[in-house]
Design a protein around this ligand. Structure first.
Ligand SMILES: *Cc1c(COP(=O)(O)O)cnc(C)c1O
Ligand code: SF4
Length: 442
């Protein structure tokens, strides 16, 4: 199968062929000029149920929806486009809206940036002790874009990702120098958008350096969901699987951190074959997804997804909470709702699927998990803990917030029991004061 991507300029005829209404198509064009849009022939032909579009969840995961922009922004953008504005004018109008959608362009990569010999290593993040994130420069796009994506600014050319030219060498040096690092997580975008010959230039030096503290190499990817041919029929699919085998041969554990948002992505013959090939290479596949309104906000969908994953040989890993960026108002559900979905899902699957952790917010202090609701001495509270903390000592300590049915993000929470702050608040401020923080959002 050959990869064909569809962008804004060539999607229209497809949608017309699929008999979508002109209003739906217009909305896609308007919202798609602000938020990124890209899909491909596999997603369009195999994952979207066109009989159900525009209500189909895979359709909503791929095609921008009218409600993803606030009304005023939508109308503004519409009037610009209808007036026959040129590209530059459309871009300016779009950027004005984008800036209000919390893109945190520099900030996000600014405050977890590691250093070597006084120099900042852009293209890397080191927030949790054991794990370094690495953003290879050619891996900062995807086979298709998810409408909820929190990395959206980089796909519309807003995020100024800077990379040193000798990135692979610096990565090796950093992992060698920092003995507490056991994991390197390649992320993006999608690193598996890269040709194998490029991916190799990052992974082989790590293997050849024989770094004793490096134990796990992880690759965050949506390729199994959006382009399984990456592991099947692409020119360099075999080379990719050979590279995976070599990681194993070098004594390192290789994990694909696979993003699946809906059971439809696990239902084709191609994905089943691709998973088989990856597992045969000795890698393991761990799965993750946010819980998203309109896409997967029910226990039935999650339970179905987990069961399919496990029967194909994948290990459920994270249920995330939708981040506070882009179209958060469209996708987010209250933390309490997310917890209910988690709980009902957990209860409806066997222990072998209960490796799922969450719901977890990746936010400023760490990965904050909502554990549930409890009544403690006449006060109804929400219970949390950190799965990861900016200070490793914060992990797995329970803490409590006032019951709030509307809270959708940790910044909405107030400490319970009339406390003034959470146990980590002072120390977090102390840690952050050492860095230039441009936004308080991540
Ligand atoms: C999620 C995450 C990791 C990995 O955390 P695990 O719990 O080990 O999977 C590492 N760094 C950052 C910044 C993360 O958000
Ligand atoms: S695959 Fe991941 S990085 Fe790419 S658009 Fe989807 S969520 Fe974003």
């Amino acid at each position: 199968m050959n990869y064909n991507s569809f962008m804004l300029h060539n999607f229209k005829n497809i949608l017309q062929l699929k008999s979508l209404s002109s209003q739906t198509i217009e909305a896609i064009e308007i919202v798609g000029s602000v938020l990124p849009f890209k899909t491909n022939n596999y997603v369009v032909d195999n994952l979207i149920d066109w009989k159900k579009a525009p209500d189909d969840p895979m359709f909503k995961l791929t095609f921008p929806q009218k409600e993803m922009l606030l009304n005023d922004d939508y109308n503004k953008m519409k009037s610009v486009i209808v007036s026959g504005a040129d590209k530059q004018q459309i871009k300016e109008a779009a950027n004005e809206i984008r800036l209000r959608l919390n893109p945190h362009p520099a900030g996000q990569l600014e405050h977890n940036v590691p250093m070597i010999e006084g120099e900042k290593l852009y293209g890397m993040q080191h927030k949790y002790r054991e794990t370094v994130l690495f953003f290879p420069s050619q891996g900062q796009t995807c086979h298709a874009y998810c409408t909820f994506c929190f990395r959206w600014p980089q796909f519309v050319g807003m995020e100024d990702l800077k990379f040193a030219s000798k990135e692979a060498e610096l990565l090796v040096k950093y992992v060698q120098d920092n003995h507490e690092v056991t994991d390197v997580l390649f992320t993006g975008g999608d690193p598996l958008i890269m040709k194998t010959k490029h991916l190799e230039t990052y992974i082989r030096p790590l293997l050849e350096a024989e770094i004793p503290n490096l134990r796990h190499i992880r690759i965050g990817t949506k390729a199994l969901g959006y382009w399984p041919y990456r592991f099947l029929t692409d020119d360099d699919a075999r080379d990719l699987l050979n590279l995976f085998e070599d990681v194993k041969r070098a004594g390192k554990h290789l994990a694909l951190m696979a993003h699946f948002n809906h059971p439809a992505e696990l239902s084709t013959d191609a994905v089943a074959e691709a998973i088989k090939n990856v597992l045969n290479s000795g890698a393991v596949i761990r799965t993750q997804s946010p819980v998203l309104k309109h896409i997967n906000d029910s226990c039935e969908v999650w339970a179905d997804m987990l069961k399919k994953q496990v029967s194909l040989g994948c290990i459920p890993y994270y249920m995330f909470v939708a981040r506070n960026t882009g179209a958060q108002h469209y996708f987010s559900i209250p933390l309490i709702e997310a917890w209910k979905i988690f709980r009902e899902t957990y209860q409806s699957v066997s222990g072998i699927c209960r490796t799922l952790r969450g719901p977890s917010m990746s936010c400023l202090p760490g990965k904050v998990q909502i554990l549930g609701v409890a009544d403690v001495k006449h006060e109804r509270v929400m219970t949390f803990r950190m799965i990861q903390g900016r200070n490793p000592d914060w992990a797995a300590r329970p803490f409590f917030a006032k019951y709030d049915e509307e809270a959708i993000w940790y910044t909405d929470l107030q400490p319970a029991f009339d406390e003034e702050k959470f146990f980590f608040t002072d120390e977090l401020n102390e840690i952050l004061s050492h860095n230039v923080i441009e936004s308080d959002f991540e």
